[in-house]
Design a protein around this ligand. Structure first.
Ligand code: FES
Ligand code: FES
Length: 150
């Protein structure tokens, strides 16, 4: 049975090799913070980190995950919402409906790790997640606030 390391815990999963990681996370492991939006790599609602890199889990099949790769979902970003991105999101009330926000946060956390003081241009270049509620200005402000908090 294939095994995955998710949020620091190893899980054996019973799924077909071509099952998208998104559905393994949601349906096999019950990690429903990662959302389904488009299923075609366009929206980013399904973003998780694989070895720290933001990836669209609707486009990754179970068989694509290599032994030893560490998958992090929104549930594993911090134990208590203490990640600077989460703190800034709470402080600035970034989400509106919230549906896209797990993906936004996972992408933003990866950006902040690589670029501790991102400019508007850095944020524009790396944040390709869509938000139907149009929270882009607050997302940008949230990333900058998280940079101050880091
Ligand atoms: S659901 Fe994966 S990118 Fe939209
Ligand atoms: S907060 Fe509603 S889709 Fe982004």
């Amino acid at each position: 049975m294939p095994a995955l390391t998710v949020n620091g815990t190893r899980h054996e999963v019973d799924a077909e090799p071509d099952t998208p990681l998104l559905w393994v996370l949601r349906e096999q492991l019950g990690l429903t913070g990662t959302k389904y939006g488009c299923g075609i790599a366009a929206c980013g609602a399904c973003t998780v980190q694989i070895d720290g890199q933001p990836m669209r889990s609707c486009q990754i099949q179970l068989q694509d995950i290599r032994e030893g790769e560490e998958i992090t979902t929104i549930e594993g970003l911090s134990p208590d919402r203490s990640h600077p991105i989460q703190q800034a999101w709470i402080e600035l009330d970034v989400p509106q409906c919230g549906y896209c926000q797990s993906g936004q946060i996972m992408a933003a956390a990866a950006l902040l790790r690589d670029v501790p003081e991102p400019t508007d241009e850095d944020i524009r270049a790396s944040m390709s997640n869509l938000c139907r509620c149009g929270t882009y200005n607050r997302i940008r402000a949230g990333i900058k606030r998280a940079s101050e908090l880091s």
